[in-house]
Write a protein that binds this ligand. Structure first.
Ligand code: SF4
Length: 387
């Protein structure tokens, strides 16, 4: 199976209040040394010589902050070390960072998909969460990208932002659909304890508007409402948080849910080769220093046991609305009895039956899916499945 390549760019202009990613606001002087380190890591990964890849995804952070020449240099380094088959090449971009010159440079460098971090069309919500862009920037950025020639744009929204109301949510979904992106992601806000919002939720206070976060059941209503609007507009709901126009599913992200191999490069990037998962050091300065000294930045190297792999088949695979093929999974894991995988499979099957009886999972023959009516509680269903 062809490899997916992920390039992590861990720099942002500000820290959004809900974010607890390993990203930093650093001097622009650090961007180029970082890009050079990523190029050196690419060249130094021995496996690169034998592999072909078909997706590249620049995520972050805010990769669109980097100079287009630095992004192009990283793509050139990848092309020099891998063979590519009609690759999908995605760049995450924040709306306010987009200029006509950058858009043209990105296209010329080979990017053919842009993932635009929209989050909301309400200026009040954007301001409260510390985003740098405003509603008007999204339309302007889309016009620039379309004029440059991009015909594959993804946009995302978040349900549950502070100050979000039913009306403001409906307005955001409506404005998003007016722009007709090829792909849409809708995430439900997760308040991580380490984020500004998370800390305020625990300790109290109003600086980050934690008391203005809509309750969980309201967020679930927003999600369900978006599902209806997107279906009516012709979008295929193919993963819990993702919709696409025909033929525009994210080829890169599908690899994560289908347990395909992917190689992460850059600080904090994660990788999976089919049997082992690992991550690079998170600290970007340490990452650059290690690469410059010829030291591998890989850490947290963990072989995946057959039982863990089996569990991943369920909790990753069931995120896809097409579901999973139980017969294929049983076939793949039946020879691994010595490692307990068969016993684990039997236990999971008992849970499947119990969840089917509660109408939380749907089964047609050997195909198992999450019930479309209960996607807002998918995390609890998957947790119950694997108890
Ligand atoms: S949400 Fe995105 S843009 Fe905001 S701080 Fe986190 S990584 Fe940066």
């Amino acid at each position: 199976m062809s490899l997916g390549i992920y390039i992590q760019v861990p720099f942002c202009q500000t820290k959004c209040t809900y974010c607890n990613f390993h990203t930093g606001v650093v001097s622009r002087d650090r961007y180029l040394p970082y890009a050079n380190a990523v190029c050196r890591e690419i060249a130094g990964v021995a496996e690169a010589q034998q592999l072909s890849a078909d997706t590249i995804y620049f995520g972050g952070g805010t990769p669109s902050l980097l100079d287009p020449a630095a992004l192009a240099k990283i793509l050139d380094a990848l092309r020099a070390n891998y063979s590519f088959e009609t690759p999908e090449i995605t760049l995450e971009a924040d709306p306010e960072t987009i200029t006509p010159e950058k858009a043209k440079s990105w296209l010329a460098a080979g990017f053919n998909r842009i993932s635009l971090g929209v989050q909301s069309f309400s200026d009040r919500e954007l301001q409260a969460t510390g985003r740098m862009h405003r509603r008007a920037d999204v339309g302007r950025a889309t016009e620039i990208l379309r004029a440059a020639g991009f015909d594959n744009i993804s946009m995302d929204l978040i349900t549950g932002l502070p100050h979000q109301t039913r009306d403001s949510w409906e307005q955001s979904v409506s404005e998003l659909l007016d722009l007709r992106p090829e792909h849409i992601s809708i995430y439900m806000l997760e308040v991580d304890e380490g984020s500004h919002l998370g800390k305020e939720s625990l300790a109290g206070g109003t600086r980050y508007s934690a008391p203005a976060i809509p309750p969980d059941d309201t967020q679930a209503e927003f999600y369900d409402s978006a599902c209806s609007h997107l279906a009516a507009a012709g979008y295929d709901h193919y993963e819990i948080s993702n919709w696409a126009l025909p033929g525009r599913r994210s080829r890169h992200n599908l690899k994560y849910w289908q347990r395909a191999p992917y190689l992460g490069l850059g600080a904090g990037a994660h990788s999976f080769d089919g049997t082992t998962r690992w991550a690079n050091v998170h600290d970007s300065a340490k990452y650059v220093a290690m690469i410059e000294q010829g030291i591998t930045p890989r850490e947290q190297i963990e072989p995946v046991t057959p039982e863990q792999a089996l569990e991943e088949e369920f909790f990753l695979g069931l995120r896809q609305l097409d579901g999973i093929d139980l017969a294929r999974i049983e076939r793949d894991y039946s020879s691994l009895d010595a490692n307990g995988a068969r016993a684990r499979f039997a236990a999971i099957q008992r849970q499947v039956e119990s969840l089917q009886a509660q109408n939380l999972l749907d089964r047609e023959g050997e195909r198992l899916r999450l019930s479309p009516k209960h996607l807002t509680i998918s995390s609890s269903i998957l947790a119950e499945l694997l108890t």
